[in-house]
Structures are given as structure tokens and as C-alpha cells.
Design a protein around this ligand. Structure first.
Ligand SMILES: NC(=O)c1ccc[n+]([C@@H]2O[C@H](COP(=O)([O-])OP(=O)(O)OC[C@H]3O[C@@H](n4cnc5c(N)ncnc54)[C@H](OP(=O)(O)O)[C@@H]3O)[C@@H](O)[C@H]2O)c1
Length: 304
């Protein structure tokens, strides 16, 4: 159990001088806030974003909080495997080692759409894009003591099922079901990755986190009525929403295989604490099948 219990806030992020992090989707929302705090604590942060103008704007905003911080950008569109490969190549060229990879980017409940490679948009972006990116960057992390891969899931994982008969929602598309599947996949991936890392004695650990309900741009694809509901709901701010992933990334008492979320009632808001995901997310048979299928679909093999 962690020593700092449920009161963990951004001020608890230890000094991170000398460390390097890649944060996906860091131009907005909770990804931006996590990147900002990491930069303030001395991390050299790479903002991995699909739009470089938005990424550069985020660099400037982080500079307002952390003057002189080492913040750079790489173009990464998780809905395109060729973009994921280009981003990984660029990061290989610029970084001999990486301490943190935060798989944060995502989208929620858009109308039916496909990625460049033909995957359903949410499964393809939220899960497969991060599966590929992690596999391509892991060699830069495996020997780095204390290195961590943190993958952002959601309370919404609880409505998820991995439908191996219709993984890409070709027969039937439900926005909610596809979001739930992608967020359950994030957890199955994180736990399976941790098992594989532990088996080979890697220095890297895999952890997961969720932000409860946080006011961000994530609701932009919701149908109008749900958007109004989301606008009126008492969601916490994005800086609070970033705490669980910051804790998963930096708390010395956090360990591989753990899941962090808000400490408040129902895990909707509050400081970060260790939480539990549902039984389906711990189904190791499903996790292995999903891993094999993700490897087949992305063509990315892991160095472990
Ligand atoms: N907010 C919540 O209450 C909540 C609850 C549960 C889980 N989450 C999870 O938290 C994570 C961050 O979401 P957020 O709430 O901070 O929402 P957000 O403000 O909309 O941020 C999402 C980020 O993901 C990026 N993104 C989307 N598609 C991408 C793609 N194809 N390639 C690369 N980046 C892409 C977005 O880039 P653009 O700016 O270019 O669109 C943006 O930077 C997501 O994984 C989400 O599922 C959030």
C-alpha cells in the first residue's frame, strides 16, 4: 500500500530532474495538465500530438508556468499507423532513452468512423495506436530504472466488452459500446504488458490511471443533448483529472500492474489514490487474445 494514501496532489510529484517523458494528446485536457506538472518538476517533456500548431501553442502555455522548461513536440496521429511509426522513428533519433510514456490521447463516442488503416476510430485510436506506439518505443525504456508506461483508461471500461467477433464494429456500431471496448482494452493492455515486463525482468513497469469525470474537450463528439448535460454536470477541473496519471507515473510507492483514479465517492473526483478495475479487465485469457490480435492488426512486435 502507498504511504501517501488518498491525499496525493500535484505538490506530491517528486523532483523529476533528468527524466524524459512522452505524453500523447498533451495539447489539451488532462494530458496538457500532466505535461505541465511534469515540466514544472524538471522532466524534459515531448508533447506527442496530431496537430503541431496546437502542440506548439501548448509548449508556449507550459512555458508560462515553467519558464525554461525543456518541452518539445512530435507529430503523432494515433489514427494512422504510418504516423505512429514516423513519430517513433523521430523519437528514436532524438532520444537514446525514455523514462515515461503516458498513453493519454483519446476520443469519446464520435459518429462511426475509421482510422487510416480501417480500424473503428475509438478502438483504433485509443487502443491500437497506443499498442503500436508502446511497442515501437519500449526498447528505449527497458533498461531504464524506474521507467514506466502509464495508460489512461476510464470508469467507462466497466461498460466494455471485447467483441472478438466484431472488433471493428462492422456489423453494428454503438458509440458507447465502442468507447467502453476501447477503454477496457487500455486496461487489459496495461495489465498484460506488466505481466510480460515482469516475466523478462525488465526495469520498466506498466500502470494505468483514469481521471474520473473531468471538464475537458472530450465531450465534443457527444450528441447535442448529452453535450448540454456534460456542460452542466459538476465535473472536476482538468488539473485534478491529471492527478491519477501523475501519481501512476511518479509516485515511488506506485508499482506495475496498479490502477489509479480519484479518491472521491464513485471515483468521479478528488485527489489520486489506488483504485480497482472490474473483473473483466483482469481476464488474462482475453488479455492474451487481445494482445495477439493487436500485434496482428498493427504489425508491431514487442521486444519482450
Ligand atoms: N475527461 C474525462 O472526464 C475523462 C474520463 C475518462 C477518461 N478520459 C480519458 O482521458 C484521456 C484524455 O482526454 P481528455 O478528457 O483530456 O480530452 P481532450 O481534452 O479531448 O484531449 C484528448 C487529446 O487526445 C488527442 N487525440 C484525439 N485523437 C487523436 C489522434 N488520432 N492522435 C493523436 N491524438 C489524438 C486530442 O488531440 P486534438 O486536440 O488534436 O483533438 C487531445 O489532445 C482520453 O484517453 C480519455 O478517454 C477522460
Amino acid at each position: 500500500m502507498s504511504k501517501v494514501a488518498a491525499t496525493w496532489m500535484a505538490a506530491d510529484v517528486p523532483d523529476q530532474a533528468g527524466r524524459t517523458a512522452v505524453v500523447t494528446g498533451a495539447n489539451s485536457g488532462i494530458g496538457f495538465q500532466a505535461a505541465r506538472v511534469l515540466a514544472e518538476r524538471g522532466v524534459a517533456v515531448v508533447l506527442a500530438c496530431r496537430d503541431l500548431d496546437r502542440a506548439k501553442d501548448a509548449v508556449a502555455r507550459i512555458g508560462d508556468f515553467a519558464p525554461g522548461a525543456d518541452v518539445s513536440t512530435v507529430r503523432l496521429d494515433l489514427a494512422s499507423l504510418s504516423s505512429v511509426r514516423e513519430a517513433a522513428d523521430e523519437l528514436h533519433a532524438s532520444h537514446g532513452t525514455l523514462d515515461l510514456l503516458i498513453n493519454n490521447a483519446g476520443l469519446m463516442m464520435p459518429p462511426y468512423g475509421r482510422t487510416e488503416d480501417g480500424f473503428e476510430l475509438q478502438f483504433g485510436t485509443n487502443h491500437l495506436g497506443h499498442f503500436a506506439l508502446t511497442g515501437l518505443l519500449l526498447d528505449r525504456m527497458l533498461k531504464v530504472p524506474g521507467s514506466r508506461v502509464v495508460t489512461v483508461s476510464s470508469i467507462g471500461h466497466r461498460i466494455g466488452r471485447i467483441d472478438f467477433d466484431d472488433l471493428q464494429s462492422e456489423r453494428r456500431y454503438s458509440r458507447t459500446r465502442a468507447y467502453g471496448q476501447s477503454k477496457l482494452a487500455n486496461l487489459l493492455f496495461s495489465y498484460e504488458l506488466q505481466g510480460r515486463l515482469a516475466r523478462v525482468g525488465a526495469a520498466t513497469e506498466a500502470l494505468a490511471a483514469h481521471p474520473g469525470t473531468s471538464r475537458t474537450g472530450l465531450s465534443r463528439h457527444l450528441p447535442a443533448l448529452m453535450r448540454v448535460g456534460a456542460a452542466l454536470a459538476p465535473f472536476q477541473g482538468s488539473a485534478m483529472g491529471a492527478l491519477p496519471m501523475l501519481r501512476a507515473a511518479t509516485d515511488p510507492d506506485a508499482h506495475g500492474g496498479e490502477y489509479y483514479g480519484p479518491a472521491g465517492l464513485g471515483e468521479f473526483s478528488g485527489p489520486a489514490k489506488r483504485v480497482q478495475s472490474n473483473a473483466r479487465s483482469h481476464d488474462s485469457d482475453v488479455a492474451r487474445l487481445l494482445w495477439d490480435e493487436s500485434r496482428r492488426l498493427t504489425g508491431v512486435s514487442y521486444p519482450i
